[in-house]
Every structure is written in structure tokens, then in C-alpha cells.
Design a protein around this ligand. Structure first.
Ligand SMILES: [Zn+2]
Length: 413
């Protein structure tokens, strides 16, 4: 992508009312744009990150047998009445022309349960795990955490359907492992994101949240050093301030943001919709359900909160919008031609390149933009490097660049 043609550009300042670091940096660097509080447009750079996160999550869901669908956002209110969620403050309501009440989905048990009921009714057709990436709507009272808490956002939500609690629990464990791999791949692993014990509601002892530790987090969690799990604020007293896995009472209070959660739903939703299957003996049995969420837009904000410095974003390789930021300081036509050729060559080798080919922009401004956008590897080509047949390489995480021979470039990428 030629930066001269990129339709967004970097800005010196973020909107004054934008207090969160993730939104300030994402807006200034041209990844997102704010329409109003809690509602953002995702711009070309941001969408590249979005799709990479989505793809990582998709691969891990497919690996445990998930099948992807896309459910509607509009839902008849009757479905929410069945699950007694129709009066929730955070539910957005709307109407059809004929007066029928609809809601904008905030989660999709109300759509997926009757859908499965239509197609899956025998033990022979179970288990099933179905997931989607969908826009969700929540009428939040306040939305001040940038894209970490939006009124409209994208989530991956998976729902599992099993014939017994035992089979469900085995799948739940698989999902836990998949979640650990996802956060590792997103650059949120290695102790940054902890499986956190949370209230299971009335139908299970616990649910699990995936909480990323960050000072701007809205949640308080209590972490156990020994087993790398945490407990959320709601159940810390109930657990007598002890780790549920090792019994240690040496717990550290930390601020965190919830990036995912997994729930054992037991028969809560199958009961609400009277969803049963026929077992080997021909008897009707309730279907055992689970749900598994990850906030995709929230993950973008969380990655930025945990990967930045005072100059800008520092994207992990796995989700960076481009692998290489090629910055040209060339001015003479013959040099510009060589820089163009290098850009074509890198692309031909399958490398994703943002090419800063802008004319009339000072070197200092180009470097500042490069640091702000945060692509992992910066290459600088100039009259001087071309004369010496070299190129300057700097990782976003490094202070000083390294000069290498142009012929050796590929071994450094
Ligand atoms: Zn422990």
C-alpha cells in the first residue's frame, strides 16, 4: 500500500473527550474514527488488524470443531422474553413498520438455540459447536474506554451443544486450551491475560473470564502467582480470598480488562426454548449448552493498551497491519525509481508493505508517523543508502537502526 494513497492520515491530536490511550493512539494513527461515544468506524489500517485477529480466532475455533455461521443482528423480542432478558437496560430496542418489537442482539443464545432446535434433534447429531463473528449492541450508560467498551462492537461468540454434562465438560476444557493459544498468538499471552474465576450464575459453580492486566482496566482481579489464574471481584469473598486451584491466599489485586469469557450454560437456554434431543432409548433429554465469547474490537484496544510507548503503537507481528514499513527519503527521480523497485520486489516476495512514498514530507515527520503507526519493521531507503547499496533496518522495539547490505535484506526480514 502506498501511503500517499492511503485515505486516512495521521493526526497530531486525538479528540479532547477521548481519555483512553488505546483510542487516542488508534485515532491519531488512522486506524479508527469516532462517530460518537462508544461507536467507531474501522479504517483501512484498522481493518487489516481486525481481520488478522479474526483469522487467528477462526483458526483456533475450527481446530476444536467449531462451524462458522452468521446470525442476524435483528431478533424478535419474544425470543428475549423467553430468556427473561427483555428488560435489561443495555438492550437496544427497535420496531418494524407493522409495530412488531425487535431488539438488536447483545448475545445470540436467543437465535442459536431455536436454530439448532430446528435441525438437530437426535443424539446421533450431537455434539455441535457453532460460532460467528457478529456486530453486537449494548446500550452502555457510559463508554469511555475507547474501543475496549463500545456500544456497537464485534464479538466472536461460539455455542456448544452436548448430550451430557460430562461430554460438555471435556469440550469446555478444549475451549480453555484454544483460548490460551488465541491470547498467546494475539500477543496477549505470557501472563498478560489470565483465566479468571467468575460467578457461574445459578447454573454452574464458576464461569471463566479472560482478563488482560492493564492499569486502565475497569475490573479488579486477584491473581495467584503459583498457578497463573485469577479470581474476579464478585466472588473473591465467596472464595474466602483463596485461590480455587492451589488454595494459596497470597493474591495480588490488579486492574484488568475482560477480553473473553466462557460459560457453562447447562440447560438454562435449552429449558427456555424447550430444546431437547432424543437419546438411544428414544427418550427426550435436555441439551447441555455452553457459550464462549471473545471481543474482537475490544482485543484491538487491549493490544494497543498493552503494546505502546510514548511515540505510538508497537504491534505484535501476528496482528500488525503490515509486516514492513518502507520509508523512502529519496528525492531525485532515479532514486525514487529504485525505491519503487524495492517496494515491488518486497511485495512480489509476499511481504506486506506500507510504502511511505509521500513527497515533500520531512524525514523527521515520516519517522514520527512510522513510530505512531507501529509496524514491526521499518526500512529506510535514501540517496545515501542507495549509493552504498545498503538499507537501514529498525525494529519498532529497537532504539537504533542497523545498516545491512541490500543483497542481504531478505535474511533480516
Ligand atoms: Zn493458585
Amino acid at each position: 500500500m502506498r501511503q500517499s494513497q492511503l485515505f486516512t492520515k495521521t493526526q497530531k491530536h486525538a479528540p479532547k473527550d477521548e481519555v483512553s490511550k488505546n483510542a487516542q493512539l488508534l485515532i491519531r494513527a488512522g486506524f479508527i474514527d469516532k462517530l460518537f461515544a462508544g461507536v467507531y468506524s474501522i479504517l483501512p489500517l484498522g481493518l487489516r488488524v481486525f481481520y488478522k485477529i479474526e483469522q487467528i480466532v477462526r483458526e483456533e475455533m475450527n481446530a476444536i470443531g467449531g462451524q462458522e455461521v452468521l446470525l442476524p443482528a435483528l431478533c424478535p423480542i419474544e425470543n428475549y422474553q423467553k430468556t427473561k432478558k427483555e428488560d435489561l437496560d443495555i438492550l437496544f430496542h427497535t420496531k418494524m413498520n407493522n409495530g412488531q418489537d425487535l431488539v438488536l442482539g447483545m448475545s445470540h443464545e436467543e437465535v442459536i438455540t431455536p436454530l439448532l432446535q430446528k435441525y438437530v434433534s437426535s443424539y446421533k447429531q450431537l455434539p455441535q459447536a457453532v460460532y460467528q463473528f457478529q456486530t453486537k449492541f449494548r446500550n452502555e450508560l457510559r463508554a469511555k474506554s475507547g474501543i475496549m467498551r463500545g456500544r456497537e462492537f464485534t464479538m466472536k461468540d461460539m455455542y456448544s451443544f452436548h448430550t451430557s454434562q460430562e461430554n460438555h465438560d471435556a469440550f469446555y476444557k478444549k475451549a480453555e486450551d484454544a483460548y490460551a493459544r488465541i491470547f498467546e498468538r494475539l500477543g496477549l499471552g505470557n501472563g498478560k491475560t489470565l483465566k479468571t474465576y467468575a460467578s457461574g450464575g445459578s447454573f454452574s459453580k464458576y464461569s471463566h473470564e479472560y482478563q488482560t492486566i492493564t492499569d486502565v482496566g475497569e475490573d479488579l482481579i486477584y491473581t495467584c502467582k503459583g498457578c497463573k489464574v485469577a479470581i474476579n471481584k464478585e466472588i473473591i469473598e465467596e472464595l474466602k480470598r483463596e485461590c480455587p486451584e492451589c488454595g494459596s491466599n497470597v493474591l495480588e489485586e490488579k486492574k484488568a480488562i475482560e477480553v473473553g469469557n466462557i460459560f457453562k450454560l447447562a440447560t438454562k437456554f435449552s429449558d427456555a426454548f424447550n430444546y431437547t434431543y432424543t437419546d438411544e432409548q428414544g427418550k427426550e433429554q435436555p441439551v447441555i449448552m455452553g457459550c464462549y465469547g471473545i471481543g474482537i474490537t475490544r482485543a484491538i484496544g487491549t493490544i494497543v493498551e498493552t503494546h505502546h510507548d510514548d511515540k505510538g503503537i508497537i504491534w505484535p507481528e501476528s496482528v500488525a497491519p503490515f509486516q514492513v514499513h518502507l520509508v523512502s527519503l529519496c528525492q531525485e527521480d532515479s532514486d525514487v525509481e529504485k525505491a519503487n523497485a524495492l517496494y515491488e520486489e518486497l511485495q512480489a516476495k509476499g511481504i506486506e508493505v506500507l510504502y511511505d512514498d509521500r513527497e515533500g514530507v520531512r524525514a523527521g515527520a515520516k519517522f514520527a508517523d512510522s513510530d505512531l503507526i507501529g509496524i514491526p519493521t521499518r526500512l529506510v531507503v535514501s540517496k545515501k543508502t542507495l549509493e552504498n547499496e545498503t538499507i537501514e533496518i529498525k525494529k519498532r522495539t529497537q532504539e537504533e537502526p542497523v545498516i545491512v547490505n541490500q543483497s542481504d535484506l531478505m535474511t533480516h526480514l
